[in-house]
Write a protein that binds this ligand. Structure first.
Ligand SMILES: Nc1nc(=O)c2c([nH]1)NC[C@@H]1CN(c3ccc(C(=O)N[C@@H](CCC(=O)O)C(=O)O)cc3)C=[N+]21
Length: 282
């Protein structure tokens, strides 16, 4: 079994971005800038936002962190986004999810200017992804494609089974795999004989949010497994949707949790922000 080391691949990605930003700095131009909005004090969100800030510092990017109280109104948030949309010094805008229940998430994501939507969540960017045109690819699915590329895995003609159909992971990663000429199945909570379906997968993408759900019975011998889960096990330890110890002897390659897809998500956020900068500045 080969461990797909997300930490290492994310470092490689960030080092390339860092080198590019150093070159930009030398020319005397401004450097890329990411604005991150955090509403409320969800502890997990605070950890993720801090990791995003750390990544900005690492690659030499500017970051603007905007913390707001959970009582912030939808109107005030929309106004803030509008200001950032019009701020020429800001290349990327990320509103950390989930938002408080009082705020309509869909409305907020639609308010971000598509050309600064480094999450790739705006309907205009979703349409571009659907059409295989250039926009912003959502960071987690993008990171998974980079991981496969990094291990030299070609998706052409392969059976990919995505379990989970969310707008931010399942659906976009299925489209990306399709664009790489894979045969794609999207399975979900209503799928019959899930084990039979996942056992066909050359590449299994686990994105259901259930700790250690996928045991050896769900995977084909020699499969590649990408684990998007971020769960806590019975001991409160971070774990994926895949029962790592149970499947490790059976698979050919697998991403660990932590240290797999998570760090790649952040590296791709840096990549998208640099891309936005390059499209906007010159
Ligand atoms: N607008 C928006 N964009 C997002 O991209 C977004 C979001 N909202 N809301 C929440 C999810 C989740 N997410 C993660 C990013 C990195 C790790 C990550 O680095 N995880 C580490 C472990 C971190 C830890 O110790 O908790 C790892 O897997 O090794 C995890 C989860 C981004 N998200």
């Amino acid at each position: 079994m080969k461990l797909i080391n997300g930490k290492e691949i994310s470092k490689k990605t960030k080092d390339a971005i860092k080198a590019e930003i150093e070159e930009i700095r030398k020319t005397g131009k401004r450097v890329p800038k990411l604005a991150v909005i955090l509403v409320g004090d969800n502890p997990a969100s605070q950890v993720y936002v801090r990791n995003k800030e750390k990544a900005c510092t690492y690659v030499g990017m500017e970051s603007l962190r905007i913390n707001k109280d959970a009582t912030l109104s939808e109107e005030e948030l929309l106004k803030l986004i509008d200001e950032l949309n019009h701020d020429d010094g800001v290349d990327g805008i990320l509103v950390q999810l989930p938002l408080p229940k009082t705020i309509d998430e869909e409305k907020v994501l639609k308010a971000i200017a598509p050309e600064k939507d480094v999450d790739g969540f705006h309907p205009a960017n979703i349409a571009k992804l659907f059409l295989n045109e250039e926009g912003f690819i959502p960071c987690t699915p993008y990171g998974m494609m980079v991981m496969l590329e990094e291990i030299g895995y070609d998706l052409d003609g392969k059976e990919v089974v995505v379990v989970g159909r969310s707008n931010i992971v399942g659906k976009p990663v299925a489209l990306l795999a399709l664009h790489h000429n894979a045969t794609v199945t999207i399975a979900h909570s209503h799928t019959k004989n899930l084990q039979e379906v996942t056992s066909r997968a050359d590449v299994l993408i686990a994105a259901i949010g259930k700790a250690k759900f996928f045991t050896a019975d769900y995977v084909k011998e020699g499969a590649v497994v990408l684990d998007v889960g971020m769960n806590r096990d019975e001991n409160g330890k971070l774990c994926g949707d895949v029962d790592f110890d149970d499947v490790k002897e059976k698979v050919s390659a697998i991403t660990p949790v932590p240290g797999g897809v998570g760090p790649m998500t952040i590296a791709m956020l840096m990549k998208n922000t640099l891309l936005s900068y390059k499209r906007r500045v010159q």
